[in-house]
Design a protein around this ligand. Structure first.
Ligand SMILES: [Zn+2]
Length: 273
């Protein structure tokens, strides 16, 4: 596989909590779930640390054990992270760091994929429309909780307060049946990922996008997956993110597109097979 990627933090004064990495046969993309500034998490390491460490562990495990399902490799990586936190972190805390995960692995003539929570994987299938693999459980819960936050101007003190309340309520649905599943401290979450595989000779390429990048299509509706793949192929991942930022800059207060953060960390990976 030939992978190229770009990753841009949502704001210059905060760490990028997305993480992407690739080996010759595995690509992983994680989006750390950030608690709003000032909210206690029980962890001294932080969300960016969690996403990077989990991504690195998953990349290693998925590459080292090609016959194990990707979900099993992810479960092992989540288990290792719990140990890496150490005793000083309270892993039972509602806001303990978590991350969405998207990954692909080339094994022989197949491409396996895994999607957990709201990162998006887009398969560029030959002779047909692209297939977007999206885990919509988080989005469905989120929609039912965010009305109050979305009614307020993004960045205002009222919006920040509503965002804290929203994050708190959302946390109670995390890794529960009937809620949504995300990588955090419970290895069992990995079994709830969407997984599948396709023969590589049916595929032209595959894209992995954090929700800060996929929003050009699935939140803003400014283009479709076919055109997003064309931008990635012709101009590269950085251009896709530039277009996201241009849209956000045209709507800084979230009047056209209500959202939690004016700009989110945005990562796009494009892999040619
Ligand atoms: Zn920790």
């Amino acid at each position: 596989m030939r992978a190229s990627f770009a990753s841009v933090p949502g704001s210059a004064d905060r760490s990028n909590e997305d993480f992407a990495a690739a080996s010759h046969d595995v690509v992983v993309l994680l989006d750390g779930a950030g608690t709003p500034p000032g909210v206690e998490s029980g962890c001294s390491h932080g969300v960016a640390w969690y996403a990077r460490q989990l991504g690195a562990q998953f990349l290693i495990e998925a590459g080292a054990t090609p016959r194990r399902p990707l979900a099993d490799a992810l479960a092992t990586a989540i288990e290792r992270l719990a140990a890496l936190h150490g005793d000083a972190c309270d892993l039972t805390h509602t806001n303990t760091p978590s991350a969405t995960v998207a990954a692909v692995r080339r094994t022989g003539d197949d491409l396996e994929y895994l999607v957990l929570a709201d990162s998006v994987l887009v398969l560029d299938v030959l002779d047909t429309d692209p297939v977007a693999v999206t885990d919509d459980r988080l989005a469905r819960i989120s929609r039912s909780l965010r009305a109050e936050m979305d009614a307020l101007p993004t960045g205002s003190p009222e919006h920040t307060r509503a965002r804290c309340a929203y994050a708190h309520k959302l946390g109670s649905y995390r890794n529960t049946d009937g809620g949504f599943w995300v990588a955090s401290t419970d290895p069992a979450a990995a079994a709830h990922a969407l997984t599948g595989s396709l023969p590589t000779d049916r595929l032209r390429a595959v894209a992995l996008l954090s929700d800060g990048a996929s929003r050009l299509v699935d939140r803003f509706g400014l283009t479709d997956w076919s055109d997003a793949l064309k931008i990635l192929a012709d101009d590269g991942p950085a251009e896709l993110i530039r277009r996201v930022r241009a849209a956000e800059d045209s709507d800084l207060h979230g009047e056209r597109w209500p959202r939690g953060k004016a700009s989110d960390d945005a990562t796009a990976v494009y892999c040619l097979l």
